[in-house]
Design a protein around this ligand. Structure first.
Ligand SMILES: Nc1nc2c(c(=O)[nH]1)N[C@H]1C(S)=C(S)[C@@H](COP(=O)(O)O)O[C@H]1N2
Ligand SMILES: [Mo]
Length: 409
């Protein structure tokens, strides 16, 4: 039976509710989704609907949807609730018929697969905690130096979630990777309108080593069906998306339709051209740059809000710090109220695990002369966040010390 000896079988079968009810599969050993509330209510996997929630975000563009939470909301919870989780989309949410939807697995594989959502749900389940952040997070600060085109993200293009699904390595094991495989491409079913009017799907790729690498129980990449224990929301890629812990959000392709194993990186615009660090737009600069994969150590003050009034004395400062995408953790967060001459250690208030942000709090002495608060983080390898970062044309990976102006009375 497919779900019980799944490791040796190609995944073509769909486990029907009838099979389960007929006792072909014991409910004691039934896959996790069969025991879920959805199933108990009589829903089948293919009858799924996207999780709906009223978002409480600052909206930059409605369609495609680009929006981020207020920082005061962001700092409130280590797991970011759906209503406060940023959305970054390059195209409108595609219409997906869940029952008919398939994720194909093709390219350098022994057995090409065509997986329904039910097929995916019948595979061994994996859960992981990971922070998703856009490469353009904090772009507006970057633009303060020299304007950068694109959504002017503040510090809220980031969120932390519990993701549920199937390890990409598990899916690829079933397909059987052929020799020569070096990259795994992901392609969406959305339709992005290019500058020339042509439409194409959002996509990208990751090195095969990342796809296969588990780190302290965190999968290299997760074929994701759930976010914070609920089915995905339409904006977040329902019914299935990628989540690549440690990598910039752009690699976590939403509305996943194709997985291609290749000896080449993806030719998709968002891997081949966009998401690169360049300082000038010349063919040579683009050719010399490589795709961005991992995000960098970062931190931000979420409270007090910028330009707010605070009383001289002890001020409670809160925020987040993101460890770098290489699997290190956050070792230290410090706040300065005197332009970086002296630093006050902050206390991490919740969990501190690789691939996830930490929330922190500090009680900082603020004097009448204080005009701003500054935060910087240091990771477990001893590397500190830079005071300043070089400018780049697209405003990616901005991770300089975060400054928040305050008015002291
Ligand atoms: N299909 C598709 N996937 C996508 C995108 C997109 O526009 N289309 N945007 C990417 C970018 S740039 C980011 S930062 C994340 C944002 O994920 P979220 O909207 O769930 O927060 O999705 C990524 N996956
Ligand atoms: Mo992004």
């Amino acid at each position: 039976m497919f779900p019980t000896n799944a490791s040796s079988e190609p995944v073509a079968a769909t486990l029907s509710r009838r099979q389960i009810l007929a006792g072909t599969v014991s409910l004691m050993t039934a896959p996790w989704w069969a025991q879920s509330r959805l199933f108990a209510q009589g829903g089948s996997a293919s009858g799924q609907v996207a999780t709906a929630v009223e978002k409480k975000l600052i909206v930059y563009t409605k369609t495609p949807h680009n929006a981020e939470p207020a920082l005061s909301d962001l700092a409130g919870s280590w797991i970011t609730p759906l209503e406060h989780f940023f959305v970054r989309s390059h195209a409108p949410v595609p219409e997906v018929d869940v029952a008919a939807h398939r994720v194909s697995v093709e390219g350098l594989v022994e057995r090409p697969l065509s997986l329904s959502v039910s097929d995916l749900e019948a595979l061994p389940r994996s859960e992981t905690l990971a922070t998703l952040t856009c490469a353009g997070n904090r772009r507006s600060e970057h633009s303060a130096r020299r304007t950068v085109a694109g959504v002017q993200w503040k510090e809220g293009a980031i969120g932390n979630a519990r993701w549920g699904g199937v390890r990409l390595a598990e899916v690829l094991k079933r397909a059987g990777i052929k020799p020569g495989a070096k990259h795994v491409w992901f392609e969406s079913v959305d339709r992005v309108k290019g500058k020339d009017g042509r439409t194409f799907s959002f996509g990208g790729s990751i090195p095969i080593q990342k796809a296969m690498a588990d780190h302290d129980g965190t999968p290299g990449a997760l074929v994701t069906l759930r976010m914070n224990d609920a089915l995905l929301a339409a904006d977040h890629g329902f019914p299935v998306r990628m989540v690549v812990p440690g990598y910039v959000g752009a690699r976590s392709v939403k509305w996943l339709g194709r997985i291609v194993v290749s000896d080449q990186p993806s030719p998709n615009h968002y891997l081949a051209d966009a998401y690169r660090l360049v300082t000038e737009s010349t063919p040579l600069a683009w050719a010399e740059s490589g795709p961005i994969y991992k995000y960098r150590l970062n931190s931000a003050i979420c409270q007090p809000a910028a330009s707010s009034s605070v009383r001289a004395g002890r001020v409670t400062v809160r925020g987040y710090a993101l460890p770098p995408g290489n699997g290190e953790t956050v070792a230290r967060v410090e706040v300065s109220a005197d332009g970086g001459q002296t630093w006050q250690a902050a206390k991490v208030t919740g969990r501190n695990v690789p691939y996830c942000w930490v929330l922190w709090e500090a009680s900082v002495p603020v004097a009448g002369a204080t005009s701003e608060l500054i935060v910087r983080a240091t990771d477990s390898a001893g590397l500190a966040q830079p005071q300043a970062v070089p400018w780049n044309l697209k405003g990616y990976l901005f991770n300089a010390w975060h400054h928040v102006p305050v008015n002291v009375s």
